[in-house]
Structure formats: C-alpha cells, structure tokens
Design a protein around this ligand. Structure first.
Ligand code: HEC
Length: 260
C-alpha cells in the first residue's frame, strides 16, 4: 500500500473530538423515542378493548338466557312467596299511625314547648313570673277568663296595669303575635289555661285562635300594646264551635281520629 492511498487528514476520524452524551440524547428525536411504550414482554401485553366488549356481550346474553329458564337463577316468581302481604308494624291502627289521644292533652303538650320558646324567659317555667318585672299567669284573671281578652294580650303585648291592677317592671309586654299561626296560638292558650295549677278545662281551637288574629288585625293601632281600658271591649269569648276536651285526635295531624 503506497503512502498515497491513506485518506487525507480531513477524512480521518478526529480522535480528539469530544461529544456531550447528555445533550445528544436530549435532542427531539431521542426524547420521542423514549416516550414510546416499552414492549411489556410475552403474555404481559394489555388486553384489547375488543376482548372486553366481547365479554360484556356474552355476559348479557348469558344472563338473559339463565334468567328466562323457569326455576333457574334470577327467577322472581320462584324466590318470592305468592300473594305476600307485608304485615303492619306494632302500634299501627288502620291509617292512624299513633294511638289517638284526648285533644286537651295533645294541645297542652304542644303548647308547653311553644311556651318554653316564647314566654318562659319572662313568665318563668312555672308560670309564676318573678313578682317584680313579670306577672304570674297562675290564677291570672286575664289568662283564665274570656278567651278574646286573653288572646289580645298575647298577640299585641300589654301596657300595664295588669289584671291585678299592678304595673310590672318597665310596664310593657312586647307583642308575641308575629309569626304565630292560629294553631300555635291555640296550643299556647290551651296550655296556659290548663297548666301551672290553672284548670279551666277547655280547648281553644285553631278556629277560635284565627278569629283572635282577625280581631287583632282590625285594631285601630295594631302596633301598640293593648291596655286595660282597651281590654274592656274584649270581655267575651272567641267565636267558634267548642270542642269536647276528651275528643280523640291523632297526635301528629291533630285531626279527630276516625270513629270505630
Ligand atoms: C319580654 C318579656 C315577656 C314575654 C316574652 C312575654 N311576656 Fe307576658 N307579660 C310581660 C310583662 C312585663 C307583663 C306585664 C305588663 C305590664 O305590667 O305592663 C306581661 C303580662 C302578661 C299577661 C297579663 C297577665 C295578667 O293577669 O294581667 C299575660 C296573660 C301574658 N303576659 C301572657 C304571655 C304569654 C302567653 C307569653 C308568650 C306567648 C308572654 N306573655 C310573653 C312580659 C313578657
């Protein structure tokens, strides 16, 4: 081989040339290749979605075939007793879910919780007031007397003197009628007339209480509390049919229980 057959210096590899491997690998082409899925190996390939769909179709067809075969799996008629009727829960009487109770007892019980929420803070849990700022409702002539007069004190508040002629504390009871339904007023009045030792024995019906609300709305100055003078015009009972306090009612709906 002659000297001339050697490649020229420019054709020869430059042995001193240094290559940066990191930068070479970070070129776009190698990064894309790195993101390709690796071959998971034989028997480890993911299952094709077509295989899942095929299984689903087979299960649906298989299930319907099994379900249709009489006496076989999923047969509704074979697993449910014929003419099965669910029994009543204990204590359920026809359509009335709770045993009926005397209307007086039901109203007093409902009235008690309303009294606790609305009147308790001033007149006390025992209804006796405090003797200085709040009058007693026990034996109070206006609580146990005419229902019209009693209702107007509750709905409009009271500017003393009270039924005993005494003026209490700042001398004004704020009106309690705001947001009070006829039903609630009936509960509260019935409760006070038959609790703390008061025993009028009557029931103030929602019909009577509604009449009281209508009377209060017609006052010349509905914003002002009633006075002893104004109450003289209310010395009568509220209109409406009286109810026998022993009438049995559903304690949930307050409707008279159906006669047996
Ligand atoms: C913020 C306190 C307060 C609340 C709440 C209150 N009262 Fe009174 N009540 C008074 C005061 C005070 C008097 C006496 C007013 C006076 O002397 O001017 C009074 C008087 C009465 C009287 C007159 C008693 C009588 O024999 O003269 C009745 C009845 C009454 N209240 C019922 C009720 C009822 C029912 C409720 C709840 C729905 C109630 N009060 C809530 C403060 C209150």
């Amino acid at each position: 081989m002659s000297q001339d057959s050697y490649p020229t210096p420019t054709d020869r590899p430059d042995l001193d040339d240094v290559m940066n491997v990191t930068s070479a690998h970070s070129s776009n082409a190698t990064a894309a290749a790195a993101r390709e899925f690796r071959n998971p190996g034989v028997d480890k390939e993911p299952l094709s979605i077509a295989a899942f769909a095929l299984c689903a179709v087979m299960l649906i067809i298989g299930g319907s075939v099994l379900g249709k075969t009489s006496g076989a799996l999923f047969d509704y008629d074979a697993s449910i007793k014929p003419n099965y009727v669910r029994g009543k829960a204990p204590g359920v009487v026809d359509d009335v879910v709770m045993p009926p109770k005397a209307i007086l007892d039901v109203y007093v019980k409902k009235g008690q919780s309303l009294y606790s929420a609305k009147c308790n803070g001033c007149h006390g849990a025992d209804g006796k007031g405090d003797g200085a700022n709040y009058p007693s409702l026990v034996g109070s002539a206006w609580s146990t007397g005419h229902t019209d007069r009693f209702s107007q004190v509750i709905l409009n508040g009271l500017q003393g003197p009270t039924s005993t002629g005494k003026v209490y504390g700042a001398g004004v009871m704020p009106a309690q009628g705001a947001g009070m339904s006829a039903q609630d007023l009936a509960f509260i009045m019935t409760f006070i007339r038959n609790s703390f030792g008061n025993s009028v024995g009557d029931v103030v019906t929602p019909e009577m209480a509604q009449a009281a609300i209508d009377i209060a709305a017609k006052r010349p100055n509905p914003a002002a509390p009633v006075t002893a003078d104004e109450l003289k015009g209310h010395e009568k009972d509220l209109p409406g049919d009286k109810m026998d306090p022993t009438t049995l009612v559903d304690p949930i709906t307050f409707k008279p229980a159906a006669a047996k």
